[in-house]
Design a protein around this ligand. Structure first.
Ligand code: CU
Length: 139
């Protein structure tokens, strides 16, 4: 399962500001947005939509989610960087740093981004699939 998880306080300053930038999902489509589903615990987090049919170019995904894995499992960034996870698999996943601090459901062809402004090692996991784990190293 999750084993013992370092409870180093993840004081990630509000990511909330980014939400404003991300409100517009590329129009058209008519598909349902994922927002508002689930337990409504998602306020202020950044689950965004990318076009169905895939990611237009690999640039935006820092960590790809497919085959029930995070790739790369360990991803190293610099202080102040933003990491973008993109779900390229068929199942819904989450990116959770604690049980109640995470992305909420990330559906297929959706992404989640989070800014890291303190150096440290941040372990995360998928709430839906025990054993799906990853690490962000902020240098
Ligand atoms: Cu998962």
């Amino acid at each position: 399962m999750h084993g013992r998880r370092n409870r180093t306080t993840y004081r990630i300053a509000a990511v909330v500001g980014l939400a404003a930038i991300l409100t517009a999902c590329s129009g058209g489509g008519g598909g349902n947005s994922a927002s508002g589903n689930g337990d409504g615990d998602n306020g202020g987090r950044n689950v965004i939509s990318v076009p169905s049919g895939g990611i237009p170019d690999p640039g935006p995904a820092d960590v790809e989610i497919h085959n029930f894995r995070f790739e790369d499992e360990t991803h190293t960034i610099s202080v102040g960087d933003t990491v973008m996870w993109v779900n390229e698999g068929s199942a819904p996943h989450t990116v959770n740093f604690t049980a109640d601090d995470g992305s909420g459901t990330i559906r297929t062809a959706h992404g989640y981004e989070r800014e890291f402004d303190e150096a440290g090692t941040y372990e995360y996991f998928c709430n839906n699939h025990p054993g799906m784990e990853g690490t962000i190293i902020v240098e």
